[in-house]
Design a protein around this ligand. Structure first.
Ligand code: PMP
Length: 381
């Protein structure tokens, strides 16, 4: 056959739901102040870097072998950490982990979603839920939140009865709003989910707590519900509070039967020896990271207060309460124009959620100065 240039567009048997879709991801721009992906702005402290380097050097000599497929040591360490963060006793067989909580949630839908099944979430919320559903051929339904971003319980109950989801995503603190859910709301939804019969079993409630370590004093974690509602799953990540987004480690706590089901769908050896070593080193030195988390929480509260003193076109800004390492604020007539003007000052924030709102991640002092200076200038105009 005649040769063809590899640049020619190809007809592909792409799955129909993927046609016209674009890869998900915020712009990765070379900008001084990266406040658009809710990363921890601080590199890991020197002691943590030393611990990581030591652990990785040890496993380097064993890289001819596959990793511990069930990552026993890591599961023990994650259980100990989560127990100490929440005060709830969690054991190693309650823990599952993967390459980011993204992959943990993909595993959940691979095991519990799929053709003929539905996943339910409450908008505005994390945009990836829709993509995990699409990629696993799971139907996806989003129910709108109230204007203050709380979930209307009557709406939630009705939607659960109507759509009969096998998986319900709650996000607390939620992205992009930063708002956390009262435990009583999580509990009400867990009770409703328990009444469903999806091929004979209750629905699962996934509480995505990616930002939980940044929660304000008094804001609870849904881990408290695990022993009462065995169909609740709490997911966490090392990407945010542990300053380890580049290592890709997320995990969940749930009933051991849920963990066993996830083991069926994971790829063998999905967590590399290097990943396990890095995560173990960071968990060994978790205390050292607490200071960064405390600083981010303080800076967050201060920035929320400051934003609430700002006005746009004579009206005060609306600023959502934040239990996370970012703040959702508005309402701007043309948020895209403001986003572009902030970028012009070297400050990259995110257009996210309903029209008129922007989201800013809590950066270092210098990032926050750049953001407040740029925003003051732009709001004054
Ligand atoms: N859940 C929420 C609500 C998030 O905002 C993110 C990351 N932005 C994730 C999960 C996934 O994080 P990772 O895969 O890095 O653990």
């Amino acid at each position: 056959p005649a040769t063809q240039p590899l640049t020619q567009r190809l007809a592909l048997p792409l799955r129909v739901p993927l046609r016209g879709e674009h890869p998900y991801g915020a712009p990765q721009l070379d900008v001084a102040h990266l406040l658009n992906t809710n990363e921890n702005p601080y590199s890991p402290p020197g002691e943590v870097i030393a611990a990581i380097t030591d652990r990785v050097a040890q496993v380097a000599a064993t890289l001819n072998r596959y990793p511990d497929r069930d990552f026993h040591e890591l599961r023990h360490a994650l259980a100990a950490y989560l127990s100490s963060d929440t005060g709830v006793d969690v054991a190693a067989d309650n823990i599952w982990a993967a390459n980011g909580s993204n992959e943990v949630m993909l595993h959940i839908l691979q095991a519990f979603g799929g053709p003929g099944r539905t996943a339910l979430a409450f908008a505005p919320t994390y945009a990836m839920y829709r993509e995990y559903a699409r990629n696993t051929a799971t139907n996806y339904q989003e129910i709108p939140r109230n204007a203050d971003f709380t979930i209307g319980l009557e709406d939630a109950r009705a939607a659960i009865r109507t759509h009969q989801p096998s998986v319900i995503f709650l996000t607390s603190p939620n992205n992009p709003t930063g708002t956390a859910m009262p435990l009583s709301d999580v509990e009400a939804i867990a009770q409703e989910a328990q009444q469903l019969r999806i091929d004979g079993a209750p629905a699962l409630v996934v509480v995505d707590e990616a930002y939980a370590e940044f929660r304000r004093t008094g804001t609870p974690s849904a881990t408290e519900l695990l022993s009462v509602y065995p169909h609740v799953i709490v997911t966490r990540t090392m990407s945010k509070a542990f300053a380890l987004a580049g290592a890709r480690v997320g995990y969940l706590a749930a009933h051991p039967d849920i963990v066993d089901a996830l083991r069926i769908v994971r790829l063998p050896y999905h967590l590399s020896s290097v990943t396990q070593a890095v995560a173990l080193a960071a968990l060994d030195t978790a205390d050292l990271l607490q200071e960064q988390v405390d600083t981010i929480r303080k800076n967050r509260d201060r920035l929320v207060d400051w934003l609430r003193t700002c006005t746009t076109q004579g009206r005060p800004l609306t600023v959502a309460d934040s239990d996370s390492n970012f703040i959702f604020f508005g309402l701007f007539e043309d948020r895209d124009a403001l986003w572009a003007r902030l970028l012009h000052h070297g400050v990259l924030v995110r257009q996210s959620g309903p029209a008129g709102w922007l989201r800013v991640t809590i950066g270092t002092d210098s990032d926050i100065d750049a953001f407040t200076t740029a925003l003051t200038k732009e709001l004054d105009q």
